[in-house]
Design a binder for this molecule. Structure first.
Ligand code: DX5
Ligand code: ZN
Length: 214
């Protein structure tokens, strides 16, 4: 799997150094969790911080929007330096319009499914997105337990992507660590997001390597 460390679990007082650390340790992209205190009961960072830290790496910025009206903020996140923008199927913005808006900004679009949302909900959009993100925790907080019961959903989406001949990545987010990575990998996950699993590890490079080879 490719590995996308989630900055949610980094030391925010030295976010630039944390980005450099995971870049040097072998990360494939940087995962940024954007929460609005409305779509999820937590608040994090916005475009100004993303823009400020963009200089610390050339790795792709994978921006996960947990906000109620993503379409209103696409320009700002694209301008801040996002390479991939994923937004929730359960959010309020029109899905096709939001995908088109992301593409028109020169950014790769992705859709996210909360645990209760079935695989089939994303099928009508598989020809339009770069990535599908399957949540393996309820969105809102780092450090939660991996939901292994999301693996049939990963498998169903993977099967649909392959049977229709598309080239869409499957990302999983939440509770992925050395212990759970092989479960995700065996189910067909292409990109593993990991917050605490990477940032709280004693040896960052080793933690990333274990996830990659799981
Ligand atoms: C949760 C976020 C995740 C989270 C992952 O809403 O989308 O990216 O930070 O953190 P861990 O790996 O600690 O579950
Ligand atoms: Zn995330």
């Amino acid at each position: 799997m490719k590995v996308a460390p989630s900055l949610l679990s980094c030391d925010f007082s030295k976010i630039g150094e944390e980005i450099i650390k995971v870049d040097k340790a072998g990360a494939d992209m940087i995962h940024l969790d954007i929460m609005d205190g409305h779509f999820v009961p937590n608040l994090t960072i916005g475009p100004a911080i993303i823009k400020a830290v963009r200089q610390y790496t050339e790795l792709p910025f994978d921006v996960h929007l947990m906000i109620t009206d993503p379409i209103n903020y696409i320009d700002a996140f694209a301008d801040a330096g996002a390479d991939i923008i994923t937004f929730h199927l359960e959010a309020n913005s029109d899905i096709d319009e939001t995908i088109n808006k992301i593409k028109s900004c020169g950014v790769k679009p992705g859709l996210v499914l909360k645990p209760a949302t079935p695989a089939e909900a994303v099928f009508p959009y598989l020809d339009k997105v770069y990535m599908v993100l399957v949540m393996t925790v309820e969105p809102g907080f780092g450090g939660q337990s991996f939901m292994e019961n999301m693996m049939p959903k990963v498998q169903a989406i993977k099967k649909e992507i392959q049977s229709r001949g598309f080239d869409v990545l499957i990302e999983a987010d939440g509770g992925i660590s050395e212990k759970t990575a092989s479960i995700a990998s065996n189910a067909g996950v292409d990109v593993a997001v990991s917050g605490t699993g990477v940032f709280k590890a004693k040896d960052t490079a080793k933690a990333i390597e274990i996830l990659k080879n799981a």
